[in-house]
Ligand binder design. Structure first.
Ligand SMILES: C[S@@+](CC[C@H](N)C(=O)[O-])C[C@H]1O[C@@H](n2cnc3c(N)ncnc32)[C@H](O)[C@@H]1O
Length: 322
């Protein structure tokens, strides 16, 4: 697979965002995209197999059951771009269906180099596929993919796994609107959204018994140690999953077990933590099936079809330009 690699200023951005997120007044915060280095991407792959985390299996059941119907609704010839592909394991069902129809280009857009490598290993055996990976942020990568399109070729963008839930609701609408601006008539967006469920089911999913999600979250501090020479003592922080009923989301936090001071030389910052103080690292917003139609409309799309998995309430939504 050809991989368009990430520009070299990423280390500076990481340092700047760590400084901004940890030195601020009030709730400390780190952007969730930094959870996905090599270790984080490998741990996320394990999370997707955990019995408590039914989300990936629900997404995969819908893609497997409806792949031919989805492909029939997307006019060819088509290039498929996937935002935040991860390992691409469940995308296989769709790509096989596209490639049965005609030769298909697949462009995974990923911030994580190791996820792109996993993705190629997972999917390159599909007949009639060509894969070009973009080690980029979502929109930057999608703009490059769009510039690659051949005359008459439609773009089908995949945003699966309910990664849209990592944005708060207004930011989610803005993000979808930006995707919409890059698309042309005949293009489409397949959007996976996790639906609301009981607090106990959500807390189990984001705080599993084996502690894999805890390791995934704590790895962010280990990454700051590795890449920015910080001295976080991992055993002095603990993973916390919290329901935010107003935002209708599950939040992941890292809670300081005691008062402590952490030095992060490459971010030029010294951070003081009080006992019980947390760093907010990720939110996963949950949707109602009806609100997705309105969210799509606000972003300039029309939700043409919605498929719902009832075993683990999850919706796959096919959006087209309004
Ligand atoms: C929640 S995981 C979902 C992976 C996969 N789509 C799935 O459904 O299992 C989010 C993926 O998006 C990638 N990612 C996160 N933030 C990103 C960004 N700003 N730009 C590009 N990729 C990003 C991560 O590396 C990760 O692989």
């Amino acid at each position: 697979m050809l991989v368009h690699a990430i520009p070299s200023n990423v280390g500076y951005e990481f340092a700047a965002e760590v400084r901004a997120g940890l030195a601020r007044e009030g709730q400390k915060e780190l952007p969730s995209k930094y959870l996905y280095d090599d270790v984080g991407s490998a741990l996320f792959e394990v999370i997707s197999h955990l019995p408590e985390y039914g989300l990936t299996r629900a997404d995969e059941r819908l893609l497997r059951r409806h792949a031919d119907e989805i492909v029939d609704r997307v006019p060819g010839p088509v290039a498929v771009a996937e935002l935040g592909s991860g390992s691409g394991r469940k995308t296989r069902w769709l790509l096989e269906a596209f490639c049965r129809r005609q030769r298909t280009s697949y462009y995974p857009v990923e911030i994580s180099h190791s996820a792109l490598v996993m993705c190629e290993r997972e999917l390159s055996d599909i007949d009639a596929i060509s894969i070009v990976g973009f080690e980029r942020e979502y929109l930057e990568g999608l703009l490059e993919v769009a510039a690659y399109r051949k005359p008459g070729q439609h773009l089908c963008v995949l945003f699966l796994g309910s990664t849209i839930g990592n944005f708060d609701r207004p930011a989610g609408v803005n993000f979808l609107a930006e995707v919409r601006c890059i698309l042309q008539p005949g293009d489409s967006l397949l959007l996976g959204t996790d639906l609301e469920k009981s607090s106990s089911q959500l807390l189990r999913a984001y705080d599993d018994e084996l502690g894999v999600t805890a390791a995934f979250n704590l790895n962010l501090l280990a990454r700051v140690n590795r890449e920015l020479d910080a001295d976080f003592e991992l055993s002095e922080f603990e993973h916390q999953a919290r329901i935010n009923p107003d935002a209708r989301s599950v939040e992941m936090h890292l809670r300081s077990k005691r008062r402590q001071i952490v030095t992060i030389p490459s971010a030029e910052v010294v951070v003081e933590f009080q006992e019980g103080e947390t760093i907010w690292t990720e939110s996963s917003h949950k949707y109602s099936s009806e609100e997705i139609f309105e969210t799509a409309r606000q972003a300039g799309f029309r939700c043409e079809v919605q498929w719902i998995d009832e075993e683990w309430t999850f919706a796959e939504n096919l959006l087209v330009g309004a």
